[in-house]
Design a protein around this ligand. Structure first.
Ligand SMILES: [Zn+2]
Length: 156
């Protein structure tokens, strides 16, 4: 199903973050937190750039949005270029973010069923540009990518 114009716009904002991350040599995942049509924060995976253990696209966007009242998260949408991993799924569940728009889940798929089981609405765009960013990175830096999701190497 094609995205609404609004979802398409915010996913592009997230993808710009992923592209910036790629240009910095980082894992190309970007995210944006939006509530009531207002952009609260954008972020990108900064594990390589900052030597960070927990700056994924989604955690970076939510951190950069700053401390928000619980009610704000509960009407927010989290846009992310890649299917959320265990960490970012936990973030979504903790703050009861009710809706996640995912750029693609072909190159990696996190625990989407867990999100769905907990009532989170998932919209998967299957966006070619998001997938191309990730496949290119995984091909070039498989070690960095698998480290990002807590794996010592590519699963056999
Ligand atoms: Zn993550």
């Amino acid at each position: 199903m094609p995205l609404s114009a609004e979802d398409q716009h915010w996913l592009e904002v997230a993808r710009e973050q992923a592209e910036l991350g790629a240009a910095e040599g980082g894992v190309p995942v970007g995210a944006a937190l939006v509530a009531g049509g207002e952009l609260l924060g954008v972020g990108r995976n900064r594990r390589v750039q900052d030597g960070s253990a927990i700056r994924h696209g989604e955690t970076d966007a939510v951190e950069r949005a700053g401390r928000q009242p619980a009610a704000v998260y509960r009407r927010a949408t989290l846009y992310t270029t890649l299917s959320p991993c265990d960490l970012c799924t936990g973030l979504t569940l903790l703050y009861r973010i009710p809706r996640v728009v995912i750029g693609e889940n072909r190159t990696f798929r996190g625990p989407e069923q867990l999100l769905a089981d907990r009532g989170v609405e998932l919209v998967v765009a299957d966006d070619e540009a998001c997938a191309a960013l990730m496949s290119s990175f995984i091909t070039r830096r498989p070690d960095v990518w698998w480290e990002d999701v807590g794996e010592p190497g590519a699963p056999s």
